[in-house]
Every structure is written in structure tokens, then in C-alpha cells.
Design a binder for this molecule. Structure first.
Ligand SMILES: Nc1ncnc2c1ncn2[C@@H]1O[C@H](COP(=O)(O)OP(=O)(O)OP(=O)(O)O)[C@@H](O)[C@H]1O
Ligand SMILES: [Mg+2]
Length: 500
């Protein structure tokens, strides 16, 4: 019972047509990749199958028989389990409870069979034990976990259902390489057992590593399906964007930053939780990259400079002036900006309108309490359109946007007032290829106007293509600096794995 067919699925939200003609067919024993730009309708298609969205038209068949999926319960009864892009975890519950509770009868009443719950959870936790990282255990409450660890829990929760049909909507966007590899090993096993798997990702390398077939969706319509072995990235991108060519710049030469350009940010001997003795300078016009394996201190350094968790030792100078930054509010007033790819923790305010989500920094920086909304709209329009953000109006609640478009809101809010230094903490998670290219073109032009930029990226290709200089992090310290012609994939890998 694992062949799923969707025909002519359609879903509109008011005037927004999220899906106009969704066709998809999933077979036993395959990993079927679904790919398309931000807002093209992937999550909507998944939600129709998982019962959390009712389609306006179309049909779903399992093993050739039409079925009615009128809610998540119905989907589960039909053998369909889903990893949700925006996650579906209970923050105040433990890892084990999130994984095991849905599988127990009675679901969280007083008479929970703890032994059984733990047995179910442990089976899945143990598979990821060596890649889950510090602070991860069966009894940790989900609210205390990092974004990658939450994604692992959402994966385990889906796996614990033992469902024959599994849908994974961007399960790897926050995972590091080792975590992704482990997940893929498990997917391959599930495939061998005859399960049917839908996999969504914006990362081309992942798609070719684990996929059997790929279906491309564009503007709410299925464009076509191919065997992975018979297609290539260029073909897929062409299908995703239609006739127009994708303007992805690869291996951009380092900008000719004037050696004499002044340092806009200087950090010396910075130490704190997860990093020690970090020193570097960023000059105006420069994009400084942070590389290395995930979780080697890159984010911790950025968050500490931004005053989220101030460093225990070291000094920070902005425009040559020494600053003691004890909170993000102070950081913003010193001319710093921080963009995180972690939407859950640092991102959007759910349920609030888009305008409110783009403008808080403007208020903070200018110490404003009253501004005409009209002028705010004008200011917000520029960065939003530079990033080609798809939205219907400023009053729309931000969660009505697709995941990638929400991330563009998070980025745009920092660009209404130009900061001196832009700290980018893995900013492109969940952003499609075209939007990434747009984002980096924008970053490049901001640098050219004199901003200093620090870019941490978990994607090596992104760093190599955009950073003028790369500091490789290892166990909380900078282990190597790559400049000029040394900025190669080989050197980056080598430096990252050297001491690890
Ligand atoms: N609840 C909602 N209300 C209004 N519009 C919505 C809602 N959910 C989705 N949309 C819109 O439907 C379109 C498709 O969204 P969907 O989430 O399916 O995209 P996606 O392909 O998953 O994108 P991403 O790669 O960014 O996750 C988008 O334009 C989005 O703004
Ligand atoms: Mg989505």
C-alpha cells in the first residue's frame, strides 16, 4: 500500500493561487524529489496529501483507488506521515514525548505507558546519537534544542509512525553534512523495505545523491517528472525557472577591496561559550566568509558580536571605536545587523502582518515610536522587491507566505536602514536557487557601497562563490585563512576536516 497519485490538485487562498495543477505520482521503493522555487506550491501539495489543507479540486489515489483525506488523522490511517517544513513539535515536551506520544493510544493522557514511549523513541534517537550534537537527549525539552536538533526530532517523529508513505518537506535545511548523510542512509534502508518517500530540498547535491525520480513544479503547476539518472542540474533549473536563464554567478572573483580601506569591524581575542581567541578584521567593501563544519563556533561568534550572548573576553571595535555590546539593541545602535537562517528562533513573528515583520529594526535604530505607515511601506518596498519577495499585501499575516518568502522578510528588515556591518548567519536556509543568486547580488552591491559583511554559510559552494576571504573554524577557533587563489573547495574541505 504505497503507491500514491495526485491529479489536478488545486488550492487558492483568496486571490493567491498556491497550486493550480498539481500532478504527482509516487511509487513503492523510491525517493521522489519535488523541486521548485520558493512559493511554487510544494508545501501546499504536501499538505493536501497530509490532510492539513483541503484542496479546491483534484483527486488523490492510493494504489489506484480514490481516497478522501479530510484531515491529518485520515492521512495517518491511510499510511501517510509527514515531516513539516515549519515543524510540528510541542516545544514544552521532551524529545522522547514528541517522537513517541503520537504513536501511543490515549495520546498523552495520565496513563502514558512510559516504558513503551521510551522504547519507541529510543529506537529512533539511537540512530542519530553520534551526530545529534551536544545537549541532545531523550529527556531534553524541545524548546532547549538548536534548529538542526529540532529537525532531527521532526524526522524521528515521522519515522516512528512506520508509515509506508513518508513525506519530507525540507528536512535537511538546517542539518550539517554528517546529519544529512545519516538521514540519507536511513532513507536508503526505507526504500529497500518498499516504502515510498517524497523528498523536498533546494540543495542540488542532495537531490542527486538520494533521489530516484524528480518532479519539477513551477508557479503552482507540475512541469514534468524525470529519472534522476537521465537528467542534470542545468535541466532541472531550466524547468524550474522556465525559459529565462538562471543568473547564478559561480566562483566570483574576489572583489578588489582596497588594501587601504578602513576596517569597519575589528575583533580581537574574542572568547566565550563555544569559541576562544578569535581575532579578525572586516574592511569596508569586503565580504569575509566563515567556513568549516557546522557548529564549530561560527554562529556563536556572530551572535556574541551582536550581543545575544556577550563574550567573556576580547574587544570589538566598530569604525575604530571600542564598543561593549551587551544586547542586540545596543548592537543595532552601533550599526550592526544580524540575519539568521534560523527562522524559528530569530525570525518572523507568526500571525502578525508582513509590515510589522519588516519594520521593527527601523524603529529600534531610529528610536521611533510613531511613523506614518505609508512611508514605512515605501521604505520596505525596495529591499522586498530586490529579493523578489512574493506576497499579496503588507497586511497579510507573515505565515501566509511560503517558507522561503518568510526568510526574505527576515533579510529585508535589516536593509531598510543601511547598517555598517552585516552579520549573516547561514542566511539562505530554505531559499531557492534564484533567490539565493538575487540575495548575493544584493549583498555584493551593499559591499560595493561600503558595508562590511561577514558571511557564515554551511554550503561551501556559497562561500567560495561569494567570500573575498574565508576563515575556517575548527573547535571554536580559526584554524586557517584562505585568500585569493587558495579559496578552493579542496582547501576548504581539507581545513575543515583536518583537526576534526
Ligand atoms: N495559509 C496561506 N494563506 C495564504 N497564502 C498562502 C498560504 N499558504 C501558502 N500560501 C501561498 O501559496 C503559495 C505557495 O506556497 P507553498 O508554501 O506551497 O510554497 P513552497 O513551494 O513550499 O515554497 P518554499 O520553497 O518557500 O517552502 C505562496 O505564494 C504562498 O504565499
Ligand atoms: Mg515549502
Amino acid at each position: 500500500m504505497a503507491n500514491l497519485t495526485i491529479r489536478g490538485a488545486r488550492k487558492a487562498y483568496g486571490a493567491t493561487v498556491a497550486l493550480s495543477r498539481g500532478d504527482f505520482d509516487l511509487k513503492e521503493g523510491e525517493v521522489h524529489v519535488l523541486i521548485g522555487s520558493n512559493g511554487s506550491g510544494k508545501s501546499t501539495l504536501c499538505k493536501i496529501v497530509s490532510g492539513s489543507v483541503r484542496p479546491d479540486a483534484g483527486e488523490v489515489l492510493i494504489d489506484g483507488k480514490p481516497v478522501s483525506i479530510d484531515g491529518p488523522r485520515a492521512a495517518r490511517a491511510l499510511g501517510i506521515a509527514t515531516f513539516y517544513q515549519e515543524l510540528s513539535l510541542a516545544a514544552h515536551r521532551t524529545v522522547a514525548e514528541n517522537i513517541g506520544l503520537p504513536e501511543l493510544p490515549g495520546k498523552g493522557g495520565i496513563f502514558v505507558d512510559r516504558a513503551r514511549l521510551n522504547a519507541i523513541a529510543e529506537r529512533h534517537i539511537s540512530r542519530f546519537a553520534d551526530v545529534a550534537g551536544e545537549g541532545f537527549s531523550a529527556d531534553t525539552r524541545v524548546e532547549h534544542l538548536r534548529e538542526d536538533q529540532r529537525q532531527l526530532v521532526e524526522i524521528m517523529k515521522a519515522l516512528a509512525t512506520e508509515a509506508p508513505i513518508l513525506i519530507f518537506d525540507e528536512p535537511t535545511s538546517s542539518l550539517d553534512r554528517a546529519q544529512v548523510e545519516r538521514f540519507f542512509e536511513i532513507l536508503r534502508e526505507l526504500k529497500a523495505e518498499g516504502r515510498a518517500i517524497v523528498f523536498i530540498s533546494h540543495r542540488m547535491d542532495e537531490i542527486f545523491s538520494v533521489g530516484d525520480r524528480v518532479t519539477v513544479i513551477r508557479d503552482g503547476e507540475t512541469v514534468g517528472t524525470s529519472q534522476i539518472s537521465e537528467t542534470n542540474p542545468a535541466n532541472i533549473i531550466r524547468q524550474m525557472v522556465g525559459e529565462t536563464e538562471l543568473a547564478v554567478t559561480e566562483g566570483a572573483p574576489p572583489a578588489t577591496v582596497e588594501a587601504k580601506a578602513e576596517a569597519v569591524l575589528s575583533v580581537a581575542g574574542l572568547s566565550g561559550k563555544g569559541f576562544a581567541g578569535v581575532s579578525f578584521e572586516v574592511r569596508r567593501g569586503e565580504i569575509l566568509g566563515f567556513g568549516g563544519l557546522h557548529g564549530q563556533g561560527q554562529s556563536a561568534v556572530l551572535r556574541s558580536i551582536f550581543g545575544v550572548s556577550p563574550a567573556a573576553a576580547g574587544s570589538i571595535r566598530i569604525n575604530r571605536e571600542e564598543r561593549a555590546i551587551r544586547s542586540p539593541r545596543e548592537a543595532i545602535r552601533c550599526g550592526l545587523a544580524y540575519v539568521s537562517g534560523d527562522r524559528g528562533r530569530d525570525g518572523v513573528v507568526h500571525g502578525r502582518p508582513i509590515l510589522e515583520n519588516v519594520t521593527p529594526i527601523h524603529f529600534l535604530r531610529n528610536r521611533l515610536s510613531l511613523v506614518r505607515p505609508g512611508s514605512l511601506r515605501e521604505r520596505a518596498a525596495k529591499p522586498l522587491s530586490a529579493l523578489k519577495t512574493r506576497f499579496a499585501g503588507y497586511e497579510q499575516p507573515v505565515n501566509a507566505l511560503s517558507g522561503g518568502n518568510q526568510q526574505k522578510i527576515v533579510i529585508a528588515r535589516w536593509l531598510i536602514d543601511r547598517p555598517d556591518v552585516l552579520l549573516l548567519d547561514d542566511p539562505t536556509k530554505g531559499i531557492d536557487l534564484q533567490a539565493k543568486a538575487d540575495l548575493f547580488a544584493l549583498i555584493r552591491s551593499l559591499a560595493a557601497e561600503g558595508m562590511g559583511i561577514v558571511l557564515y554559510s554551511s554550503e561551501d559552494a556559497e562561500l567560495l562563490a561569494n567570500a573575498d576571504r574565508i576563515l575556517v573554524f575548527n573547535s571554536g577557533s580559526v584554524s586557517r585563512e584562505l585568500t585569493g587563489a587558495d579559496r578552493t573547495r579542496y582547501n576548504l574541505y581539507h581545513a575543515a576536516y583536518e583537526a576534526a
